[in-house]
Ligand binder design. Structure first.
Ligand code: SF4
Length: 355
């Protein structure tokens, strides 16, 4: 058996155009397939919306989208804290649907309901050098910080991700820059499989998000862990209170002090939520002390409340009918299973396990 890996194809893994290095990546006339997942963290916040969900909603009209709840991935780091997992799964799916993810256009499913992913993971693990996983920056950094993450599951997490992607022969994987190495390792795994057995698994391409990371209320990355998030379904008065309490330019102590937007954690929110004319008004007013910070924050409060109103209305309907949400996931899971099983049959046969 030849165990060498062929050289990389010259393609840039992070470009937004259909792949095609392996037959079957994109059938002419078919919409290219996109695969993306989220760990079940419960109710989502605006960072999740602007960092991922918004692009999911756009992609579902142009691509064959498979979106999944990555609950096994959640266990790779939180294997001891599994209480509330089910609630988190369905809260997250409600937010997907509330944001406009449409189960008629996209396939929504739950990873742990798909043992097919685990089988492909096992088969890929046989020929994946452990050094490929040990060198992942996400693994090295996390284990250096927390020895409890030195588990086989956490080491294997990028390979499980590779199985998640390859089992659907996805052409594109929307990711943030920090996840791009995981798509690269998926490409290496696919190349190795194709070289060893048969050219079955297309090399996916990373679809890098062009949305700037939405900062949290304190200017750091928005995260529930930091307590600096605005939830997608926060009530209007909660949004108002959170924004009004946001810190501002530390050098603008009194109303008549001139400020500098570039030093202010509120400013990046203006980049996302307000138009050019409003930003000009805010910047001029800040630098001349012509407006107060509460004046500056008001257009943000209005814009966020406007954005959230339809989400809250749709979520209320879904929360009143939990069976409907379960049914959407059921249908999506079975649709995904049909695709996954087909790939697995091909994979088993290529390896010589079709008996
Ligand atoms: S006016 Fe606006 S940009 Fe300037 S310090 Fe206040 S909140 Fe920040």
């Amino acid at each position: 058996m030849n165990t060498t890996t062929p050289p990389s194809t010259p393609q840039d893994p992070a470009v937004a155009q259909p792949a095609g290095t392996v037959p079957g990546t994109v059938t002419p006339g078919a919409r290219p397939r996109v695969l993306s997942g989220m760990r079940p963290t419960g109710a989502l916040h605006l960072g999740h919306y602007h960092g991922a969900l918004k692009s999911w909603v756009q992609l579902q009209s142009t691509h064959d989208c498979f979106f999944f709840v990555a609950d096994w991935h959640a266990l790779t780091t939180h294997y001891e804290h599994r209480e509330g997992l089910e609630q988190s799964v369905y809260d997250m799916v409600v937010d997907w649907l509330a944001a406009g993810v449409d189960p008629e256009k996209a396939t929504l499913f739950i990873q742990s309901r798909m043992p097919e992913h685990a089988e492909l993971f096992t088969l890929l693990a046989m020929s994946t050098p452990s050094s490929w996983l040990e060198r992942m920056p996400s693994y090295k950094d996390a284990v250096a910080e927390n020895r409890e993450l030195a588990t086989f599951g956490f080491l294997g997490y990028p390979l499980l991700q590779a199985a998640d992607i390859l089992i659907y022969k996805a052409a594109f994987v929307p990711v943030g820059e920090d996840q791009a190495p995981h798509v690269e390792v998926t490409r290496e795994v696919a190349r190795r499989f194709n070289h060893l057995y048969a050219p079955l698994l297309p090399e996916p391409q990373a679809l890098l998000s062009d949305t700037a990371r939405l900062p949290g209320l304190d200017g750091r990355k928005m995260s529930k862990t930091y307590g600096n998030a605005i939830a997608m379904r926060d009530a209007p008065e909660v949004v108002e209170q959170k924004i009004r309490q946001m810190p501002t330019d530390p050098q603008r102590v009194r109303r008549h002090d001139a400020g500098e937007p570039m030093r202010c954690p509120v400013w990046p929110l203006h980049q996302v939520y307000t138009d050019e004319a409003t930003r000009q008004w805010a910047a001029d007013g800040c630098r001349s002390a012509g407006i107060g910070c509460l004046d500056c924050k008001q257009p943000l409060i209005d814009a966020i409340q406007r954005e959230q109103a339809p989400w809250r209305a749709r979520a209320e309907e879904l929360l009143a009918d939990p069976k409907k949400v379960h049914w959407i996931v059921e249908v999506g899971t079975e649709r995904a299973r049909a695709v996954a099983r087909k790939t697995l049959r091909e994979v088993r046969s290529a390896i010589g396990l079709a008996y």
